[in-house]
Design a protein around this ligand. Structure first.
Ligand code: ADP
Length: 525
């Protein structure tokens, strides 16, 4: 684990469960000693819950096999990592180039009586430690070759399982008895951590890919909000409120960071306030999910307590995390069911509720067209509400500015408000620049698919600037206004809007008529 790249691969492996080791080898150069990078790496290793460290003091030949250099480095490292929770630190002096103390004992360091690197790695039994933990297996595949067989396939993350034993489906809390453990080599009566198996149960339970099978006497936590350590691995910053995919074991769900509690300066370990996270930054944050998942705290089980965050558009891994604990409020706030439903309200209003989401540059014509559409709907006796980006900033979003972080939160709140109005049975018109694809997607997913209509008001920036209804472009050019969409803040164009309005080709009136017709043809009224 000498280079940053190594760390990144390691964090990915950790969270996807592909790593086979709970031990890390940290390489230091005997000539340079403990450098800031060593400290960073040791800290990240400790966050990953790795408790066994090999400090490989390399290039010892270049300091003349000097014992005092080795002793000094070992003590310095032990002192530095006193609070990191490492259980064993094995310092080995070696010369990778010459092979001294790698696989063969060196005759040039008679003062060192410990094992060689290879000897040591062979004696540390990490599999054994995983076997001693409670049984966990994430279902990777529901195996149904025919009507008579239904098995759950996966690799056992920790613990043992035996036929006749009772198992829990963590998320539903349902219990059943193991009838068979099928492996590539035939049936077995028991299996343990690291093995790939297919388990059959006595009862027909609702189990799907992503479910966690667990020991009944040691249940995982099930929650949709938790506190976690995060390592951010993307050039594009993390913004709280933005929606990502979270993969924990074989379960994938949508998630967002609801609050960054603090970020950690990994040189001084100071806690710092943060509104967003940049590449390689580490933080403690609250994470909210779209549905509950089953997990263990990372400190108890790295296989079931680690996760990765994935960008929804590029599919790239953008972060890794370690769950600390479930948030209590997640368990204590339940959705209060109400008797009068959206459907009954909509029926009374004789319309189908929906969000018509207008996106586009400032001055593109969103408000103008949305106003016209609302007037036309109102005249037809429909019940509407117009949420205008500028207007909500006077009240609901008064506390937000125009940084990317605040823009994400601005859109999230407007989308939540729009969702409530849809629930009230209304046709909601939202007029909001909404520059980021991720947030428009999030808004879409808050309601049913047929309840969201994205309207792209497409006006070239030169034309918007020429109109300059609010005099904002003039201010930007004069240098008195910053973070302006389309100029020094990005606008991500919709790729597949439901309605694409090119204002250069159609007058506002015409565009509004087209939108009303779209609603009529699809039976919204
Ligand atoms: P936004 O809400 O997108 O910031 P506004 O609706 O406030 O934009 O301003 C758009 C301006 O452009 C209005 O003054 C409007 O009269 C003018 N405009 C000119 N042509 C069109 C068109 N085809 N569609 C919409 N607006 C247009």
């Amino acid at each position: 684990m000498g280079a940053d790249q190594g760390h990144e691969d390691y964090t990915r492996n950790m969270a996807t469960g592909a790593s086979t080791s709970d031990l890390a080898v940290l390489l230091v150069d005997a000539r340079h000693g403990i450098v800031p990078q060593t400290r960073r790496h040791a800290f990240i290793i400790s966050l990953l819950g790795i408790r066994h460290i090999v400090l490989a003091v390399n290039k010892i030949d270049l300091v003349d096999f000097d014992q005092s250099v080795y002793d000094r480095l070992r003590v310095e490292f032990e002192t530095l990592t006193l609070d990191f929770g490492f259980k064993t630190i094995m310092a080995i002096p070696l010369s990778a180039l010459r092979g001294d103390n790698v696989s063969r004992k060196s005759s040039r360091m008679p003062w060192y009586t410990g094992p060689t690197l290879i000897e040591y790695l062979e004696t540390v039994d990490v599999e054994q430690q995983r076997c001693e933990k409670p049984f966990r297996m994430a279902v990777q595949l529901v195996n149904r070759p025919n009507l008579d067989f239904r098995g759950y396939s996966g690799t056992i993350s920790s613990g043992h399982v035996a036929t006749g034993q009772q198992l829990l489906v963590a998320r539903s809390g349902k219990i059943s008895t193991v009838t068979r453990i099928v492996t590539y080599g035939g049936d077995r009566s028991e299996a343990s951590a690291g093995m790939s198996v297919t388990i059959t149960l006595a009862d027909q339970l609702d189990v799907s890919r992503g479910d966690l099978l667990a020991a009944c006497d040691s249940r995982p936590t099930v929650a949709d909000q938790f506190d976690a350590h995060l390592i951010w691995m993307s050039e594009e910053p993390l913004y709280p409120g933005r929606s990502y995919l979270l993969k924990c074991g074989s379960k994938t769900t949508t998630a967002s960071i609801t609050a960054i509690k603090y970020k950690i300066n990994i040189t001084s370990f100071e806690h710092l306030a943060a509104k967003q996270l940049e590449l390689n930054e580490v933080a403690v944050a609250n994470v909210g999910l779209s549905e509950p998942i089953a997990f263990d705290p990372y400190s108890e089980n790295s296989r079931t307590g680690g996760f990765i965050l994935i960008d929804r558009f590029s599919n790239a891994t953008v972060g890794a995390g370690m769950i600390n604990f479930a948030l209590r409020r997640a368990a204590n706030i339940h959705w209060q069911s109400v008797e009068i439903t959206k459907e009954s309200r909509a029926k009374l209003l004789r319309q189908r509720p929906a969000i018509i989401w207008f996106t586009g540059l400032s001055g593109a014509g969103k408000s103008t067209i949305a106003n016209l559409v609302e007037r036309k709907l109102h005249m037809r006796g429909l019940h509407t509400y117009l949420l205008d980006g500028d207007n909500v900033r006077h009240g609901l979003n008064r506390d937000l500015g125009f940084t990317e972080v605040d823009r994400v939160e601005n859109i999230r709140r407007v989308a939540e408000a729009a969702k409530l109005f849809v629930d009230a049975g209304l046709i909601v018109l939202v007029s909001l620049i909404s520059p980021f694809r991720a947030e428009r997607q999030m808004a879409r997913e808050m309601v049913r698919d047929d309840e969201f209509i994205e309207v792209f008001i497409d006006t070239p920036i030169q034309e918007c600037e020429k109109r300059d209804v609010k005099g904002l472009y003039a201010k930007v050019r004069a240098g008195t206004l910053r973070n302006f969409t389309g100029i020094d803040s990005p606008y991500e164009q919709p790729t597949t809007p439901d309605i694409h309005v090119l204002t250069a080709d159609s007058a506002a009136e015409e565009a509004a008529e087209r939108i009303v017709r779209y609603l009529f043809e699809r039976s919204y009224f």
